[in-house]
Design a protein. Sequence first.
Lengths: 265, 310
Amino acid sequence: MTGARSGDIALELRNLDVTFGDGDSSVRAVADVSLQVRRGTSFGLIGESGSGKSTVLRAIAGLNGNYGGTILLDGAEIPMPRPKSFFSRVQMVFQDPYGSLHPRKMVRAVLMEPLQIHGIGDRDRRIAEALQAVGLTPDFAYRYPHQLSGGQRQRVAIARCLVLEPELLLLDEPTSALDVSVQAGVLNLLDALRRERGLTYVMVSHDLRVVAHMCDRIAVMTEGRMVEELDADAIYEDRCEDPYTRALLHSSKGYQRKDTPDAAE
Amino acid sequence: MTEHPITDAPPTRESLRDWLNAPVAKSPGQARAQSIWRAAKRLGGNYAAMAGLFILIVLVGAAAFAPWLAPYGPFEQDLNRRLLPPSADHWFGTDQLGRDIYSRVLHGASITLRIALLAAAIAGPIGLLVGATAGYLGGWVDTVAMRVVDVFLAFPALILALAFVAALGAGINNAVIAIALASWPPIARLARAETLSVRKSDYIAAARLTGAGPLRIIVRHIMPICIPSVVIRVTLNMAGIILTAAGLGFLGLGAQPPMPEWGAMLATGREFMLTHWWLATMPGIAILTVSLAFNLLGDGLRDALDPRHG
């Protein structure tokens, strides 16, 4: 781990362990993962499908309460079930924008609900601001999800997180379900939001280029274990030690020419 | 509200169509109206469903205006004119007490409608609530609720309704309660299945991440997903409810004579079936027509309310 001062650490995982099922059929999805995320930085988690990277995010968010180990936010352990105040500090963007918006709710209702739950006033102004922040015009508030494109949906999902003004965003492959042409727009938006608002990101992806572009620190996971943690520069300069990381790097480079079996989703 | 005031007060007739078809809604009301308008257009394109709706509207009209439409009173006896076949004077013939069957069928429409709508209005919400709660909460709540449903489903609806009526006493209100008690379990099953298919979805996870509690998620997020299929199921069930009500009437446990309830009329007509066919046939045709109308409408609603269309 880096020698960062403890006040700088927005999120810390200590020996996170997640097991699904019991007895013989149990699967240890995440085994002994420890990491620290510094405030205002972006932390990337990469690995093939089934490596447990999304499970880590869901454990942090409290969607999966059955975890062992400790999750600390600003140095304080967060209780399970998560208190309401937690959700105004930590929000999550899901992978599939077609599944993360309620099909029968107008965008306005989607953005209104968090404000109602947390008793925040001045709602129409906040909704308009959140839409503007993600690059949508105010009249998008009156659309239903089926009237939006994938990129627009993902922007609405990001706006839903932003209305609560969180400090930490958990990004679960936020662009992997989008067209390549739209991916860049959403990634640049996320990058700009982080800089403007001083947000901290934990981003999961199987796309090395995305993670290398977005993140300062990167952890590599396979079969539920974290095998290596490195700086983004190390990816560009090919400075990694673990054989699995090498293989992952190699496979992503050879992606276009060779017909090696693609490990990624 | 400050940046984009709601300025659309549309209802001038020319602009209403444009307002409903506008590609971009400008207010929550307009967006909702457009959504309903699109569903209505889909339903309107389905001729079978429109035929069903038409029959039901006629039925409601008949029920509402029976006293004016019927040439005779429903209880008016004329023992000189017993068991007359259908004629210009008595369109559906007369029964064994000389009552005009056409008038009785018209008056019976309101009874049948009341039974069907009341039973559906009780069974639908109960089934929806039980199913959505069991499906979302899972665990022992689910187990208990579904075993209760299993017990109910183990008996045919009519037998179950019979048992309830036997316990509650014969009569039309008890028949409604009995039918409602017998018809919520399939709806609960349906709502639970629907809930199970969405409870792990990302938008429910996202709702949990906004800090919403289970009650809010069930009522605000799960139920809107279940409602279309429950509405469809209830509409399709209407036929079954009417038939059960008729069955109870037929067995003498629903509406009591001399009430012109269709099932009860059918039951009395049974005695004369071989010699005077119209006594049983006329109320039978009425039951058949209404059941068919509800089924056609239910089928059309299934297409129009498909959740994937929003």
